[in-house]
Design a protein around this ligand. Structure first.
Ligand code: ATP
Length: 287
């Protein structure tokens, strides 16, 4: 039986703005996202029986219909009338419910992988549309790179890669529900100064100005999560104090990332954070 592998990298939000809450309850967002080289790995093997089986070494994620890779496989099978089955093993490396889109990236990798495994030749923009049905971060995870995502996350505009740097990720031992954080955001009551500047960040990236990228980092969900979980604020302040050049919470949190230009600073930041936070990763941006 044919077997293929697909990488599912984590994303970080250099910027996350919510423009407004729509009448239908959805939030209109403006996000600038990029991938980092912390990745899950999916192994996909064709099964002769018409069934989807998920396994993982991680004990703390659902392996049934609730798993986003399962949902991706189900969607593609239904839409393209595929009568074959698949066995998907998820080698999880991305922390779960962390704000790093681990589940969304697994779903995107499953869409890409099954497109290959079953020889469906679905174009990328169609894979993105399928992804949008699974979650608002999935379309970006299908294409990867660096992009501005608008609407509910499905309108993607690829942009240049940010200036290369190190990314320190630290996840406090709490799980944050994305729905909960959005639920507590009073999107239509934000003042002009609460919104980060998307145009400013795009310009900083295009000019390759590391300093301006650090200064332009912003996430409107940060205040909501920091109010709920003071330990996230503490982590942010520690990362700043230890010398990271720019620090921000990713997605709805609780993972905080620090951008660092000089390799010589990394050991101090890593060791300082490890003193009170178990999950710390030093990675590169994927360019
Ligand atoms: P985002 O940044 O897109 O909001 P996240 O990093 O906050 O995502 P995920 O790691 O994607 O969150 O997990 C969110 C929830 O989805 C978890 O509670 C988990 O049980 C469920 N889930 C479903 N499929 C997966 C998967 N393949 N990997 C991880 N979690 C999954």
């Amino acid at each position: 039986m044919m077997k293929i592998y697909e990488k599912a990298p984590a994303k970080i939000n250099l910027l996350l703005d919510v423009l407004r809450k729509r009448e239908d309850g959805f939030h209109e967002v403006e996000m600038i996202m990029t991938m980092v080289d912390l990745a899950d790995r999916l192994e996909m093997e064709e099964l002769p029986r018409d069934t989807i089986i998920i396994s993982s070494q991680a004990g703390y994620i659902p392996l049934d219909e609730k798993n986003l890779a399962f949902q991706a496989a189900k969607l593609i099978k239904e839409r393209y009338d595929v009568r074959k089955g698949v066995y998907i093993h998820l080698d999880k490396k991305i922390p779960v419910a962390a704000g790093l889109a681990g589940g969304s990236s697994d779903a995107a990798a499953a869409l890409r992988g099954l497109n290959r495994l079953w020889g469906l030749q679905i174009p990328e923009d169609e894979l993105c549309r399928l992804g949008a049905e699974l979650g608002s971060d999935v379309p970006f995870c299908v294409t990867g790179g660096t992009a501005v995502a608008r609407g509910r996350g499905e309108k993607l505009e690829p942009i240049a890669s940010p200036p290369q740097c190190w990314v320190v990720l630290a996840k406090p031992p709490i799980n944050v529900s994305t729905a909960d954080v959005y639920g507590k955001l009073r999107a239509n009551e934000l003042s002009a100064s609460d919104h980060p500047s998307t145009a400013g960040m795009i310009s900083a990236i295009e000019r390759g100005s590391f300093g301006d990228v650090c200064d332009g980092l912003g996430n409107v969900l940060e205040k909501v999560t920091l109010d709920l979980y003071p330990e996230v604020l503490q982590l942010k302040e520690s990362m700043q104090r230890l010398g990271a050049d720019g620090v921000l919470m990713s997605g709805s949190g609780p993972t905080v990332f620090g951008l660092v230009s000089k390799e010589a600073k990394l050991a101090r930041i890593y060791n300082g954070l490890r003193g009170f936070c178990k999950e710390v990763y030093v990675v590169r941006m994927l360019t």
